[in-house]
Design a protein around this ligand. Sequence first.
Ligand code: S3P
Length: 437
Amino acid sequence: MSKSLKINKLINPFEKTIFVEGDKSLSIRWVLLSSLSKKKSVAYNLLKSDDVLSAISCIKKLGAKVKFIKNKCEIIGTGLNYKYKKNLILDAGNSGTLGRLILGLLINYKNKFKLVGDKSLEKRDFSRVTTPLEKFGASFSKKNNLPILMKGVNNPKSINYFEKKGSAQCKTAIMLAGLKSKGITKIKAKKSRDHTELLFKYLKLPLKVKKFKNYDLISIKGIKDIKPLNYKIPGDISSCSFFIVLTILSKNSKLLIRNININPTRIGIIHILKKMGASIKIINKKNYKGEKIGDIYVKSSSNLKAINCPTKYNSSAIDEFLIIFLVAAKSHGISIFKDLAELNQKESPRLYWGSKILNYMGIKNRVTKKSIKIYGNPNQVIKKNISIKNFLKDHRIFMMSTIAALTFKSKGSWNINDLDSIKTSFPTFLKTLKKLS
Ligand code: S3P
């Protein structure tokens, strides 16, 4: 049984500098892209979390060689065609990113293979990738949920596709399949994180992107081979966000979080929290292989105000809303977050669980299938013990609950289950927390 965490007092004031682990989206993309090159790719600071280790075990099964030497990871891939095996089973574990991206990569895999995942991944929608991949010529045993059997196609044909959900996973799956297809694949994609585009550009792959207000037009040509990718993975803004909010909601504290990926498609949380009156600055900005990196300096912030959150931030803050809800709960006034149906499509239905946890804390809120209204109260005192069951073992539910327990005054104590869930994205979360207290 997974361990639980008990918390019965607030964190003491702190003034520290920390680092967080490597960005998950970039780590998974580095592993998958490196598996396509016959030459050696090297990464430093690769996130060693379960999601990334699942990606590594998948590409090993497909014939890639992987070596870890301290903080360095080396991959020698197979080239664009993976090794064909009979009865291949790939396990994406808890990772939607890996599950969806790897189906795109296997578009030209001519044997049938099976993709499986854990209980949480089995509940998530796969039709968003099986639908476009069928257009390339792939066939599936079923379209919606894992486990799924897929058979690729010898000569995938390029497609035109309108990606309407604003899902970077879906966009990337199509881009990867496009790389292996004849001709030009065109995607009209609702805005979402653009790490794949930046990596493709850095690798000088035949990619064109035209940006419009609400969507991008992406075209990608089929290729014959791909160069190795050497990369130093910057810190993950999603992991960093738990410490940003911890500092904002704590008394007399200051924190410098160094070397964070501040890609504009990922920093919705910074814009939202600044609008709410939080004291956050990004300093020491620099560019790295197309990505932007910086240090984040944050201070305790009182007098926070509610927000009617502009939906233009939804995509760039999608993994951070749970922790943003805590700030809304401690603000003056009523905050509103709309058009967030996608939040219920994550590792667990997070809009629903965000509301539940606020209920346990005694914070009034109204939730629908796609929106939440939070009645903030800066002086809220939790009246009873809280136990978080976290039935789908969602890492971000665990970390949000931990930050709530350390920052909201309480007459009771917290018991937060499924401590092991942090291994999904941020295995050193508790170690980092201990550095502050
Ligand atoms: C990811 C994209 C996002 C995000 C996920 C990681 C990625 O999902 O929630 O944690 O690395 O592409 P969407 O596919 O909904 O954009």
